[in-house]
Ligand binder design. Structure first.
Ligand code: SF4
Length: 96
């Protein structure tokens, strides 16, 4: 499992699904739509070559890796995007 923080989001990648992924679409998406910080290491995506601060600095929060993984990979990426006030909004409307 790979987890890292960008400025306001948390990216979680279940790398146990990646060895069977033929497209590695997340890597191409990161290169095309962001700064290419997601690199392939031993057949799985990694940011291990960067410090946590450097990951935060380089991350563009574009969400392209998650989109591409869901549509072309193995649905291994989940990105949490905190939205201030959302929990309270849902609770007030009985939706939580
Ligand atoms: S696209 Fe998804 S399943 Fe494929 S290597 Fe990337 S994170 Fe893993």
């Amino acid at each position: 499992m790979l987890e890292f923080l960008e400025k306001s989001i948390k990216v979680t990648i279940d790398t146990s699904k990646c060895s069977e992924c033929e497209t590695k679409a997340c890597i191409a998406a990161c290169k095309k739509f962001a700064r290419g910080m997601l690199q392939l290491k031993d057949g799985v995506p990694s940011v291990a070559y960067l410090s946590a601060d450097e990951v935060k600095r380089r991350g563009t929060e574009c969400l392209a890796c998650e989109y591409e993984c869901w549509f072309r990979g193995k649905s291994a990426i989940k990105i949490d995007v905190p939205i201030e006030g959302l929990d309270e909004y849902l609770r007030k409307r009985g939706l939580s």
